[in-house]
Design a protein around this ligand. Structure first.
Ligand code: RB5
Length: 155
């Protein structure tokens, strides 16, 4: 699978480990930065990975910052993107099965590397179930459309 990965400085080391892990598993991984442990701003990397998913450059995204929160908030500002912050594998699988999330996020200061790998596996292995869940995901997209309409933007 084509996977985009990104992090800020707080999660640089974990990103490198997850990147290597995904490559070992045979995935094609594109690293959108950051490329060192120097202090940087998480929204930059959240947006980069989210845009890569939006354009179809990659199928799924993995985002990591200190908590996973800031970087996922940034990714979720990109239209059509659903990034889910998870600290355990059950929610990661459900983020695919029920929410059709394309991006998983977690916090390098919250969980350890083994849990991060389990979360990543659970997310990548699960599939969207569609059905009644598709209608609910469509309702999320309608919120985006209403926001844009209210702001006089085109759909
Ligand atoms: C950086 O110190 C930290 O704020 C960031 O990694 C993240 O946790 C933000 O949500």
């Amino acid at each position: 699978m084509k996977i985009g990965i990104g992090s800020d400085h707080a999660a640089f080391e974990m990103k490198e480990e997850i990147k290597a892990y995904l490559k070992e598993k045979g995935h094609e991984v594109t690293d959108y930065g950051t490329y060192s442990a120097a202090r940087c701003d998480y929204p930059v990397y959240g947006e980069k990975v989210a845009r890569a998913v939006q354009s179809g450059e990659v199928e799924r995204g993995v985002l990591i910052c200190g908590t996973g929160i800031g970087i996922s908030l940034a990714a979720n500002k990109v239209k059509g993107i659903r990034a889910a912050v998870c600290s355990e594998p059950y929610s990661a699988a459900m983020a695919r099965r029920h929410n059709n999330a394309q991006i998983i996020a977690f916090g390098a200061r919250v969980i350890g590397i083994d849990t991060a790998k389990m979360i990543t596996d659970a997310f990548l292995e699960a599939e969207f179930e569609g059905g009644r869940h598709a209608g609910r995901v469509a309702l999320i997209e309608e919120i985006e459309d209403r926001e844009r309409a209210e702001n006089g933007e085109e759909k």
